[in-house]
Unconditional design. Structure first.
Lengths: 391, 162
Protein backbone atom coordinates (compact mmCIF):
# COMPACT_ATOMS: atom_id res chain seq x y z
CA UNK A 1 0.00 0.00 0.00
CA UNK A 2 1.22 3.48 -0.85
CA UNK A 3 1.12 5.94 2.05
CA UNK A 4 3.20 9.00 1.01
CA UNK A 5 2.08 12.62 0.86
CA UNK A 6 0.43 12.25 -2.53
CA UNK A 7 -1.08 8.83 -1.85
CA UNK A 8 -4.63 10.13 -1.60
CA UNK A 9 -4.38 11.46 -5.14
CA UNK A 10 -3.71 7.98 -6.48
CA UNK A 11 -6.23 5.67 -8.01
CA UNK A 12 -7.47 3.81 -4.91
CA UNK A 13 -7.26 0.46 -6.67
CA UNK A 14 -3.57 1.02 -7.34
CA UNK A 15 -2.93 2.53 -3.92
CA UNK A 16 -4.45 -0.45 -2.17
CA UNK A 17 -2.45 -3.13 -3.96
CA UNK A 18 -0.19 -4.77 -1.43
CA UNK A 19 3.53 -4.74 -2.19
CA UNK A 20 5.05 -8.11 -3.08
CA UNK A 21 5.83 -10.28 -0.07
CA UNK A 22 9.08 -11.22 -1.73
CA UNK A 23 10.65 -7.77 -1.57
CA UNK A 24 11.91 -7.96 2.03
CA UNK A 25 13.63 -11.29 1.44
CA UNK A 26 15.02 -10.12 -1.86
CA UNK A 27 16.72 -7.21 -0.09
CA UNK A 28 17.99 -9.49 2.65
CA UNK A 29 19.48 -11.99 0.20
CA UNK A 30 20.91 -9.29 -2.07
CA UNK A 31 22.96 -7.83 0.76
CA UNK A 32 24.71 -11.11 1.57
CA UNK A 33 27.60 -12.85 -0.14
CA UNK A 34 27.65 -16.57 -0.89
CA UNK A 35 23.89 -17.01 -1.00
CA UNK A 36 22.61 -19.99 -2.98
CA UNK A 37 19.31 -18.94 -4.43
CA UNK A 38 16.47 -21.36 -4.96
CA UNK A 39 14.18 -18.37 -5.07
CA UNK A 40 14.40 -17.64 -8.76
CA UNK A 41 11.34 -18.07 -10.96
CA UNK A 42 13.23 -18.55 -14.20
CA UNK A 43 15.45 -21.12 -15.91
CA UNK A 44 19.12 -21.29 -15.00
CA UNK A 45 19.91 -22.03 -18.65
CA UNK A 46 20.86 -19.22 -20.98
CA UNK A 47 18.72 -19.02 -24.14
CA UNK A 48 20.07 -21.63 -26.61
CA UNK A 49 22.72 -20.09 -28.84
CA UNK A 50 20.87 -20.78 -32.10
CA UNK A 51 18.04 -18.58 -30.85
CA UNK A 52 20.33 -15.79 -29.70
CA UNK A 53 22.30 -16.03 -32.93
CA UNK A 54 19.22 -15.70 -35.09
CA UNK A 55 18.26 -12.58 -33.22
CA UNK A 56 21.72 -11.10 -33.72
CA UNK A 57 21.41 -11.88 -37.43
CA UNK A 58 18.03 -10.15 -37.54
CA UNK A 59 19.62 -7.04 -36.02
CA UNK A 60 22.44 -7.14 -38.55
CA UNK A 61 19.90 -7.39 -41.36
CA UNK A 62 18.20 -4.28 -40.04
CA UNK A 63 15.05 -5.72 -38.49
CA UNK A 64 14.57 -2.87 -36.06
CA UNK A 65 11.05 -1.67 -36.82
CA UNK A 66 7.47 -2.14 -35.61
CA UNK A 67 5.69 -5.31 -36.57
CA UNK A 68 2.00 -5.89 -37.18
CA UNK A 69 0.11 -5.34 -33.90
CA UNK A 70 -0.65 -9.00 -33.54
CA UNK A 71 2.93 -10.03 -34.30
CA UNK A 72 5.03 -11.11 -37.29
CA UNK A 73 2.91 -13.26 -39.64
CA UNK A 74 5.61 -15.95 -39.74
CA UNK A 75 5.67 -16.15 -35.95
CA UNK A 76 1.88 -16.45 -35.78
CA UNK A 77 2.11 -19.23 -38.35
CA UNK A 78 4.72 -21.07 -36.31
CA UNK A 79 2.72 -20.64 -33.10
CA UNK A 80 -0.33 -22.03 -34.85
CA UNK A 81 1.71 -24.98 -36.14
CA UNK A 82 3.33 -25.63 -32.75
CA UNK A 83 -0.07 -25.65 -31.05
CA UNK A 84 -1.47 -28.03 -33.66
CA UNK A 85 1.54 -30.35 -33.22
CA UNK A 86 1.35 -30.27 -29.44
CA UNK A 87 -2.39 -30.42 -28.74
CA UNK A 88 -4.10 -31.04 -32.11
CA UNK A 89 -5.75 -27.62 -31.73
CA UNK A 90 -6.06 -25.28 -34.68
CA UNK A 91 -5.98 -21.50 -34.42
CA UNK A 92 -6.18 -19.20 -37.41
CA UNK A 93 -2.90 -17.23 -37.45
CA UNK A 94 -4.71 -14.19 -38.83
CA UNK A 95 -7.49 -13.80 -36.28
CA UNK A 96 -6.90 -16.13 -33.37
CA UNK A 97 -3.24 -15.60 -32.43
CA UNK A 98 -1.80 -12.56 -30.65
CA UNK A 99 1.89 -12.15 -29.88
CA UNK A 100 2.40 -10.28 -26.60
CA UNK A 101 5.16 -8.94 -24.40
CA UNK A 102 5.41 -12.07 -22.30
CA UNK A 103 2.48 -13.98 -20.84
CA UNK A 104 2.28 -11.22 -18.24
CA UNK A 105 0.92 -8.84 -20.85
CA UNK A 106 -1.30 -11.53 -22.35
CA UNK A 107 -2.85 -12.15 -18.95
CA UNK A 108 -3.49 -8.45 -18.40
CA UNK A 109 -5.05 -8.12 -21.86
CA UNK A 110 -7.24 -11.17 -21.37
CA UNK A 111 -8.54 -9.85 -18.06
CA UNK A 112 -9.12 -6.34 -19.39
CA UNK A 113 -10.85 -7.72 -22.45
CA UNK A 114 -13.43 -9.77 -20.56
CA UNK A 115 -13.77 -8.31 -17.06
CA UNK A 116 -16.32 -5.53 -16.54
CA UNK A 117 -16.60 -3.54 -13.28
CA UNK A 118 -17.93 -5.78 -10.54
CA UNK A 119 -17.23 -9.04 -12.36
CA UNK A 120 -15.70 -11.78 -10.28
CA UNK A 121 -12.78 -13.92 -11.39
CA UNK A 122 -12.16 -17.20 -9.60
CA UNK A 123 -8.49 -17.74 -8.81
CA UNK A 124 -7.31 -21.02 -7.29
CA UNK A 125 -4.47 -20.44 -4.84
CA UNK A 126 -1.53 -20.68 -4.31
CA UNK A 127 -0.96 -18.77 -7.54
CA UNK A 128 1.45 -16.47 -9.30
CA UNK A 129 1.70 -13.11 -7.55
CA UNK A 130 0.21 -11.02 -10.34
CA UNK A 131 -3.17 -12.70 -10.69
CA UNK A 132 -5.06 -10.92 -7.91
CA UNK A 133 -3.64 -7.45 -8.66
CA UNK A 134 -4.30 -7.83 -12.41
CA UNK A 135 -7.92 -8.81 -11.78
CA UNK A 136 -8.31 -5.79 -9.50
CA UNK A 137 -6.64 -3.45 -12.00
CA UNK A 138 -9.04 -4.69 -14.66
CA UNK A 139 -11.88 -3.56 -12.40
CA UNK A 140 -12.86 -7.04 -11.29
CA UNK A 141 -12.91 -8.81 -7.96
CA UNK A 142 -10.64 -11.78 -7.46
CA UNK A 143 -12.26 -14.68 -5.61
CA UNK A 144 -9.71 -17.01 -4.05
CA UNK A 145 -10.20 -20.75 -3.95
CA UNK A 146 -7.63 -22.24 -1.59
CA UNK A 147 -6.16 -25.65 -2.41
CA UNK A 148 -4.38 -27.98 0.00
CA UNK A 149 -1.04 -29.71 0.09
CA UNK A 150 -2.81 -32.88 1.21
CA UNK A 151 -4.62 -32.89 -2.15
CA UNK A 152 -1.47 -32.19 -4.14
CA UNK A 153 -2.70 -28.60 -4.65
CA UNK A 154 -5.25 -29.81 -7.16
CA UNK A 155 -8.41 -27.71 -7.44
CA UNK A 156 -11.68 -29.58 -7.82
CA UNK A 157 -14.79 -28.72 -9.78
CA UNK A 158 -16.72 -28.82 -6.50
CA UNK A 159 -14.45 -26.17 -4.94
CA UNK A 160 -14.88 -23.95 -7.97
CA UNK A 161 -18.62 -24.47 -8.05
CA UNK A 162 -18.83 -23.38 -4.42
CA UNK A 163 -17.16 -20.08 -5.36
CA UNK A 164 -19.50 -19.27 -8.26
CA UNK A 165 -21.89 -16.35 -7.81
CA UNK A 166 -24.15 -14.58 -10.32
CA UNK A 167 -21.24 -12.17 -10.90
CA UNK A 168 -18.67 -14.80 -11.79
CA UNK A 169 -17.26 -14.05 -15.23
CA UNK A 170 -14.15 -16.14 -15.53
CA UNK A 171 -11.89 -18.76 -14.03
CA UNK A 172 -8.13 -18.26 -14.05
CA UNK A 173 -6.12 -21.49 -14.16
CA UNK A 174 -2.38 -22.09 -14.09
CA UNK A 175 -1.19 -25.66 -14.50
CA UNK A 176 1.58 -26.76 -14.26
CA UNK A 177 1.46 -24.41 -11.33
CA UNK A 178 3.77 -21.74 -10.05
CA UNK A 179 4.50 -21.98 -7.07
CA UNK A 180 3.54 -25.57 -6.27
CA UNK A 181 4.59 -27.45 -9.42
CA UNK A 182 1.21 -29.19 -9.31
CA UNK A 183 -0.40 -30.52 -12.47
CA UNK A 184 -4.07 -31.35 -12.85
CA UNK A 185 -5.43 -34.84 -13.45
CA UNK A 186 -7.23 -34.83 -16.79
CA UNK A 187 -10.45 -36.14 -15.26
CA UNK A 188 -10.63 -33.20 -12.86
CA UNK A 189 -10.05 -30.74 -15.69
CA UNK A 190 -12.87 -32.42 -17.62
CA UNK A 191 -15.23 -31.91 -14.69
CA UNK A 192 -14.17 -28.27 -14.48
CA UNK A 193 -14.77 -27.91 -18.22
CA UNK A 194 -18.29 -29.28 -17.88
CA UNK A 195 -18.95 -26.93 -14.99
CA UNK A 196 -17.72 -23.92 -16.95
CA UNK A 197 -19.89 -24.84 -19.91
CA UNK A 198 -23.01 -25.39 -17.83
CA UNK A 199 -22.54 -22.18 -15.82
CA UNK A 200 -21.29 -20.14 -18.78
CA UNK A 201 -17.94 -19.22 -17.25
CA UNK A 202 -14.96 -18.17 -19.36
CA UNK A 203 -11.55 -19.64 -18.72
CA UNK A 204 -8.19 -17.96 -18.89
CA UNK A 205 -5.61 -20.73 -18.87
CA UNK A 206 -2.03 -19.69 -18.19
CA UNK A 207 -0.03 -22.64 -19.51
CA UNK A 208 3.40 -21.03 -19.54
CA UNK A 209 4.89 -24.15 -17.89
CA UNK A 210 3.17 -26.65 -20.24
CA UNK A 211 6.40 -27.89 -21.82
CA UNK A 212 7.76 -28.63 -18.34
CA UNK A 213 5.49 -31.56 -17.56
CA UNK A 214 7.16 -34.69 -16.23
CA UNK A 215 4.35 -37.00 -15.22
CA UNK A 216 2.34 -37.95 -18.29
CA UNK A 217 1.27 -35.58 -21.04
CA UNK A 218 0.21 -31.98 -20.46
CA UNK A 219 -3.54 -31.50 -20.85
CA UNK A 220 -4.28 -28.28 -22.66
CA UNK A 221 -7.50 -26.85 -21.24
CA UNK A 222 -8.59 -25.43 -24.59
CA UNK A 223 -8.34 -28.94 -26.03
CA UNK A 224 -11.06 -30.33 -23.76
CA UNK A 225 -14.46 -30.90 -25.35
CA UNK A 226 -16.28 -27.62 -25.95
CA UNK A 227 -13.52 -25.51 -24.36
CA UNK A 228 -11.70 -24.11 -27.37
CA UNK A 229 -13.91 -21.08 -27.85
CA UNK A 230 -14.56 -20.53 -24.16
CA UNK A 231 -10.88 -20.43 -23.28
CA UNK A 232 -8.16 -17.86 -23.71
CA UNK A 233 -5.00 -19.93 -23.82
CA UNK A 234 -1.79 -18.22 -22.74
CA UNK A 235 1.63 -19.57 -23.54
CA UNK A 236 5.10 -18.24 -24.05
CA UNK A 237 8.76 -18.86 -24.62
CA UNK A 238 10.19 -17.91 -21.23
CA UNK A 239 10.17 -21.27 -19.52
CA UNK A 240 10.25 -23.76 -22.40
CA UNK A 241 13.07 -22.05 -24.28
CA UNK A 242 14.75 -20.21 -21.39
CA UNK A 243 13.79 -16.82 -22.82
CA UNK A 244 12.48 -14.87 -19.82
CA UNK A 245 14.30 -11.64 -20.59
CA UNK A 246 13.11 -11.50 -24.20
CA UNK A 247 9.57 -10.80 -23.06
CA UNK A 248 7.61 -12.64 -25.69
CA UNK A 249 4.48 -14.72 -25.23
CA UNK A 250 1.16 -15.23 -26.94
CA UNK A 251 -2.57 -15.65 -26.53
CA UNK A 252 -4.82 -17.99 -28.48
CA UNK A 253 -8.59 -17.85 -28.56
CA UNK A 254 -11.65 -17.18 -30.63
CA UNK A 255 -11.55 -14.17 -32.96
CA UNK A 256 -13.77 -12.06 -30.68
CA UNK A 257 -11.53 -12.45 -27.65
CA UNK A 258 -8.27 -12.12 -29.57
CA UNK A 259 -9.69 -9.16 -31.51
CA UNK A 260 -10.60 -7.37 -28.28
CA UNK A 261 -7.21 -8.09 -26.76
CA UNK A 262 -5.49 -6.87 -29.91
CA UNK A 263 -7.40 -3.61 -29.62
CA UNK A 264 -6.00 -2.96 -26.14
CA UNK A 265 -2.57 -4.21 -27.16
CA UNK A 266 -2.35 -1.90 -30.18
CA UNK A 267 -3.09 1.20 -28.10
CA UNK A 268 -0.96 0.31 -25.08
CA UNK A 269 1.93 -1.73 -26.45
CA UNK A 270 1.71 -1.49 -30.25
CA UNK A 271 3.67 -4.70 -30.74
CA UNK A 272 6.13 -7.04 -29.09
CA UNK A 273 9.80 -6.21 -29.81
CA UNK A 274 10.83 -7.43 -33.24
CA UNK A 275 14.18 -8.90 -32.13
CA UNK A 276 12.37 -11.07 -29.60
CA UNK A 277 9.82 -12.12 -32.19
CA UNK A 278 12.56 -13.12 -34.63
CA UNK A 279 14.18 -15.17 -31.87
CA UNK A 280 10.84 -16.80 -31.10
CA UNK A 281 10.47 -17.93 -34.71
CA UNK A 282 13.83 -19.68 -34.51
CA UNK A 283 12.84 -21.25 -31.18
CA UNK A 284 9.71 -22.83 -32.61
CA UNK A 285 11.29 -23.85 -35.90
CA UNK A 286 14.62 -25.26 -34.78
CA UNK A 287 15.08 -25.35 -31.02
CA UNK A 288 12.65 -28.02 -29.92
CA UNK A 289 15.56 -30.39 -29.28
CA UNK A 290 17.18 -27.80 -27.03
CA UNK A 291 13.89 -27.58 -25.19
CA UNK A 292 13.76 -31.35 -24.64
CA UNK A 293 17.33 -31.32 -23.37
CA UNK A 294 16.47 -28.68 -20.77
CA UNK A 295 13.26 -30.43 -19.76
CA UNK A 296 15.22 -33.65 -19.15
CA UNK A 297 17.65 -31.78 -16.95
CA UNK A 298 14.83 -30.30 -14.88
CA UNK A 299 13.31 -33.72 -14.44
CA UNK A 300 16.61 -35.18 -13.17
CA UNK A 301 16.92 -32.38 -10.66
CA UNK A 302 13.29 -32.69 -9.64
CA UNK A 303 13.95 -36.25 -8.53
CA UNK A 304 17.08 -35.16 -6.66
CA UNK A 305 15.35 -32.41 -4.71
CA UNK A 306 12.32 -34.54 -3.88
CA UNK A 307 14.60 -37.13 -2.37
CA UNK A 308 16.54 -34.41 -0.56
CA UNK A 309 13.29 -33.08 0.95
CA UNK A 310 12.39 -36.54 2.23
CA UNK A 311 15.85 -37.06 3.68
CA UNK A 312 15.86 -33.83 5.66
CA UNK A 313 12.37 -34.46 6.97
CA UNK A 314 10.28 -31.98 5.00
CA UNK A 315 7.15 -33.61 3.55
CA UNK A 316 6.65 -32.72 -0.08
CA UNK A 317 4.09 -33.95 -2.58
CA UNK A 318 5.38 -35.02 -5.97
CA UNK A 319 5.06 -32.03 -8.30
CA UNK A 320 4.45 -33.15 -11.88
CA UNK A 321 5.50 -29.95 -13.64
CA UNK A 322 7.23 -26.53 -13.69
CA UNK A 323 10.56 -26.31 -11.82
CA UNK A 324 9.44 -25.91 -8.24
CA UNK A 325 9.03 -28.07 -5.20
CA UNK A 326 6.77 -26.78 -2.47
CA UNK A 327 7.77 -28.58 0.73
CA UNK A 328 5.73 -28.43 3.90
CA UNK A 329 7.75 -26.71 6.64
CA UNK A 330 5.11 -26.97 9.35
CA UNK A 331 7.06 -29.76 11.15
CA UNK A 332 9.62 -27.06 12.05
CA UNK A 333 7.03 -25.04 13.95
CA UNK A 334 8.04 -21.93 12.00
CA UNK A 335 5.88 -19.81 9.71
CA UNK A 336 6.87 -19.55 6.05
CA UNK A 337 8.38 -16.13 6.58
CA UNK A 338 10.22 -17.09 9.77
CA UNK A 339 11.67 -20.12 8.04
CA UNK A 340 12.68 -18.09 4.97
CA UNK A 341 14.30 -15.37 7.06
CA UNK A 342 16.26 -17.80 9.23
CA UNK A 343 17.31 -19.79 6.16
CA UNK A 344 18.80 -16.70 4.55
CA UNK A 345 20.43 -15.36 7.70
CA UNK A 346 21.70 -18.62 9.18
CA UNK A 347 22.37 -20.79 6.14
CA UNK A 348 22.53 -18.38 3.20
CA UNK A 349 19.91 -20.10 1.10
CA UNK A 350 17.16 -18.05 -0.51
CA UNK A 351 13.70 -19.52 -1.07
CA UNK A 352 10.30 -17.87 -1.38
CA UNK A 353 7.83 -18.09 1.51
CA UNK A 354 4.67 -19.92 0.43
CA UNK A 355 2.33 -17.25 1.76
CA UNK A 356 3.56 -14.88 -0.97
CA UNK A 357 1.33 -16.89 -3.28
CA UNK A 358 -1.84 -16.78 -1.20
CA UNK A 359 -2.84 -17.49 2.39
CA UNK A 360 -3.12 -21.23 1.79
CA UNK A 361 0.59 -21.26 0.90
CA UNK A 362 1.36 -20.55 4.56
CA UNK A 363 3.39 -23.40 6.05
CA UNK A 364 5.23 -24.02 2.78
CA UNK A 365 8.24 -22.68 0.95
CA UNK A 366 8.86 -22.56 -2.79
CA UNK A 367 12.22 -23.96 -3.87
CA UNK A 368 13.17 -23.66 -7.53
CA UNK A 369 15.30 -26.46 -8.91
CA UNK A 370 16.37 -24.37 -11.87
CA UNK A 371 19.87 -24.51 -10.38
CA UNK A 372 22.95 -26.68 -10.84
CA UNK A 373 23.10 -30.12 -9.24
CA UNK A 374 26.02 -28.91 -7.11
CA UNK A 375 24.07 -25.92 -5.82
CA UNK A 376 20.95 -27.97 -5.19
CA UNK A 377 22.90 -30.56 -3.23
CA UNK A 378 24.63 -27.94 -1.12
CA UNK A 379 21.43 -25.91 -0.62
CA UNK A 380 19.45 -28.87 0.69
CA UNK A 381 22.31 -29.81 2.99
CA UNK A 382 22.01 -26.32 4.48
CA UNK A 383 18.20 -26.45 4.63
CA UNK A 384 18.57 -29.77 6.45
CA UNK A 385 20.82 -28.14 9.05
CA UNK A 386 18.18 -25.48 9.75
CA UNK A 387 15.46 -28.13 10.01
CA UNK A 388 17.65 -29.97 12.56
CA UNK A 389 17.82 -26.89 14.73
CA UNK A 390 14.05 -26.43 14.85
CA UNK A 391 11.75 -28.36 17.16
CA UNK B 1 19.70 -50.19 -23.67
CA UNK B 2 17.59 -47.10 -23.01
CA UNK B 3 18.64 -47.06 -19.38
CA UNK B 4 22.27 -47.53 -20.40
CA UNK B 5 21.97 -44.59 -22.75
CA UNK B 6 20.53 -42.43 -20.01
CA UNK B 7 23.40 -43.33 -17.68
CA UNK B 8 25.91 -42.61 -20.41
CA UNK B 9 24.39 -39.26 -21.27
CA UNK B 10 24.45 -38.13 -17.65
CA UNK B 11 28.02 -39.32 -17.07
CA UNK B 12 29.19 -37.82 -20.37
CA UNK B 13 27.93 -34.51 -19.04
CA UNK B 14 29.33 -34.91 -15.52
CA UNK B 15 31.61 -37.79 -14.53
CA UNK B 16 31.60 -36.69 -10.90
CA UNK B 17 27.96 -37.60 -10.30
CA UNK B 18 27.80 -40.00 -7.40
CA UNK B 19 26.04 -43.32 -7.86
CA UNK B 20 23.42 -42.20 -5.39
CA UNK B 21 22.68 -38.99 -7.32
CA UNK B 22 22.68 -40.73 -10.66
CA UNK B 23 20.29 -43.41 -9.43
CA UNK B 24 17.87 -40.80 -8.05
CA UNK B 25 18.02 -38.71 -11.19
CA UNK B 26 17.16 -41.72 -13.34
CA UNK B 27 14.62 -43.12 -10.90
CA UNK B 28 16.46 -46.42 -10.42
CA UNK B 29 17.92 -48.22 -7.43
CA UNK B 30 21.55 -47.67 -6.48
CA UNK B 31 22.21 -51.36 -7.10
CA UNK B 32 20.88 -51.10 -10.62
CA UNK B 33 22.95 -47.99 -11.31
CA UNK B 34 26.07 -49.67 -9.93
CA UNK B 35 25.40 -52.78 -12.02
CA UNK B 36 24.84 -50.77 -15.22
CA UNK B 37 28.00 -48.72 -14.75
CA UNK B 38 29.93 -51.91 -13.99
CA UNK B 39 28.75 -53.45 -17.25
CA UNK B 40 29.59 -50.30 -19.19
CA UNK B 41 33.09 -50.20 -17.73
CA UNK B 42 33.70 -53.90 -18.27
CA UNK B 43 32.67 -53.73 -21.91
CA UNK B 44 34.88 -50.64 -22.32
CA UNK B 45 31.94 -48.56 -23.47
CA UNK B 46 33.07 -46.31 -20.64
CA UNK B 47 36.85 -46.39 -21.12
CA UNK B 48 37.94 -43.74 -18.68
CA UNK B 49 37.12 -40.76 -16.48
CA UNK B 50 39.19 -37.62 -16.93
CA UNK B 51 39.29 -34.04 -15.77
CA UNK B 52 39.12 -31.27 -18.35
CA UNK B 53 41.88 -28.77 -17.67
CA UNK B 54 42.65 -25.48 -19.32
CA UNK B 55 46.44 -25.87 -19.29
CA UNK B 56 46.96 -22.41 -20.75
CA UNK B 57 45.95 -21.03 -17.37
CA UNK B 58 48.39 -23.20 -15.46
CA UNK B 59 51.36 -21.47 -17.09
CA UNK B 60 53.18 -24.72 -17.74
CA UNK B 61 54.97 -24.89 -21.06
CA UNK B 62 52.98 -27.15 -23.32
CA UNK B 63 52.28 -27.40 -27.02
CA UNK B 64 49.79 -29.40 -29.03
CA UNK B 65 50.12 -30.25 -32.69
CA UNK B 66 47.97 -31.88 -35.30
CA UNK B 67 50.05 -34.08 -37.59
CA UNK B 68 48.48 -35.04 -40.89
CA UNK B 69 49.94 -38.41 -41.78
CA UNK B 70 49.74 -40.13 -45.15
CA UNK B 71 50.07 -43.88 -44.99
CA UNK B 72 50.34 -46.70 -47.51
CA UNK B 73 47.74 -49.19 -46.42
CA UNK B 74 48.86 -52.77 -46.01
CA UNK B 75 47.32 -55.91 -47.42
CA UNK B 76 44.62 -57.42 -45.15
CA UNK B 77 45.05 -54.98 -42.27
CA UNK B 78 44.69 -51.63 -44.09
CA UNK B 79 45.66 -48.82 -41.73
CA UNK B 80 45.29 -50.85 -38.57
CA UNK B 81 48.90 -51.93 -38.00
CA UNK B 82 50.38 -48.48 -38.60
CA UNK B 83 47.70 -46.84 -36.48
CA UNK B 84 48.42 -49.16 -33.58
CA UNK B 85 52.13 -48.48 -33.83
CA UNK B 86 51.59 -44.77 -33.75
CA UNK B 87 48.92 -44.91 -31.08
CA UNK B 88 51.16 -46.68 -28.56
CA UNK B 89 53.39 -43.62 -28.13
CA UNK B 90 52.28 -41.78 -24.99
CA UNK B 91 52.95 -38.47 -26.78
CA UNK B 92 50.00 -39.27 -29.06
CA UNK B 93 46.83 -38.04 -27.36
CA UNK B 94 44.25 -38.61 -30.08
CA UNK B 95 44.34 -40.58 -33.31
CA UNK B 96 41.73 -40.73 -36.07
CA UNK B 97 41.57 -42.28 -39.53
CA UNK B 98 40.24 -39.55 -41.81
CA UNK B 99 38.56 -39.27 -45.15
CA UNK B 100 40.02 -36.71 -47.57
CA UNK B 101 43.50 -35.50 -48.38
CA UNK B 102 45.41 -37.45 -45.72
CA UNK B 103 44.87 -40.62 -43.73
CA UNK B 104 45.68 -40.30 -40.04
CA UNK B 105 45.07 -37.25 -37.85
CA UNK B 106 47.51 -37.50 -34.96
CA UNK B 107 47.28 -35.09 -32.03
CA UNK B 108 50.53 -34.83 -30.15
CA UNK B 109 51.40 -33.06 -26.94
CA UNK B 110 54.87 -32.04 -25.87
CA UNK B 111 56.63 -29.45 -23.73
CA UNK B 112 58.09 -27.47 -26.63
CA UNK B 113 57.81 -27.19 -30.40
CA UNK B 114 61.28 -28.71 -30.67
CA UNK B 115 60.20 -31.71 -28.67
CA UNK B 116 57.20 -32.30 -30.93
CA UNK B 117 59.24 -31.76 -34.08
CA UNK B 118 61.87 -34.17 -32.81
CA UNK B 119 59.20 -36.79 -32.08
CA UNK B 120 57.76 -36.46 -35.58
CA UNK B 121 61.16 -36.63 -37.24
CA UNK B 122 62.59 -39.49 -35.22
CA UNK B 123 59.57 -41.63 -34.31
CA UNK B 124 56.54 -40.90 -36.45
CA UNK B 125 57.87 -40.20 -39.96
CA UNK B 126 60.25 -43.19 -40.11
CA UNK B 127 57.51 -45.75 -39.38
CA UNK B 128 57.14 -48.23 -42.22
CA UNK B 129 54.19 -47.28 -44.37
CA UNK B 130 54.19 -43.58 -43.40
CA UNK B 131 54.78 -41.67 -46.60
CA UNK B 132 54.48 -38.08 -45.43
CA UNK B 133 53.69 -35.89 -42.41
CA UNK B 134 52.50 -32.30 -42.14
CA UNK B 135 52.70 -30.67 -38.73
CA UNK B 136 50.27 -27.95 -37.56
CA UNK B 137 50.83 -26.37 -34.16
CA UNK B 138 47.83 -25.29 -32.13
CA UNK B 139 48.02 -21.58 -31.33
CA UNK B 140 45.01 -21.24 -29.06
CA UNK B 141 42.14 -23.42 -27.89
CA UNK B 142 38.70 -21.88 -27.73
CA UNK B 143 36.54 -24.90 -27.12
CA UNK B 144 37.22 -28.42 -26.00
CA UNK B 145 34.92 -31.37 -25.35
CA UNK B 146 31.93 -29.17 -26.05
CA UNK B 147 32.94 -26.58 -23.46
CA UNK B 148 34.01 -23.04 -24.26
CA UNK B 149 37.20 -22.16 -22.42
CA UNK B 150 36.21 -18.55 -21.72
CA UNK B 151 35.58 -17.77 -18.07
CA UNK B 152 31.95 -18.35 -17.17
CA UNK B 153 29.83 -15.24 -16.96
CA UNK B 154 28.16 -16.46 -13.81
CA UNK B 155 24.50 -16.23 -12.97
CA UNK B 156 22.92 -12.97 -14.11
CA UNK B 157 19.51 -13.73 -12.66
CA UNK B 158 17.95 -11.70 -9.87
CA UNK B 159 18.50 -13.41 -6.55
CA UNK B 160 14.77 -13.82 -6.15
CA UNK B 161 11.79 -13.49 -8.50
CA UNK B 162 8.19 -14.66 -8.42
Amino acid sequence: MTTGKWAERLNPTVRDIKPSGIRRFFDMASEMKGVISLGVGEPDFVTPWRIRESSIYALEKGYTMYTANSGLPELRQEISRFTADSYSLTYDPNHEVLVTVGVSEALDLALRAVVAPGDEVIVPEPCYVSYQPCVALAGGTPVSVPTRGEDGFVVTAAQIEAAITPRTKALLLCYPNNPTGAIMPRAELESIAELCASRDILVISDEIYAALTYEGEHTCFAGLPGMRDRTILLQGFSKAFAMTGWRVGYALGNADFIGAMTKIHQFTMLCAPITAQMAAIEALKNAREDMHRMVNQYNYRRRLVLKACREIGLPCFNPGGAFYVFPDIRPTGLTSEEFTERLIREEKVAVVPGNSFGDCGEGYIRCSYAASVENLTEAFKRIGRLVQRTP
Amino acid sequence: MDRQLEVLELLAENARLMIEQLATMLNMSEEEARRLIGQLEESHIIFGYRTLINWDKVGKERVTALIEVKVTPQRDVGFQAVAERIGRFPEVKTLHLMSGAYDLAVFIEGRTMQEVAFFVATKLAPIDGVTSTTTHFVLQTFKEEGILLEDGDGDHRLVMSP
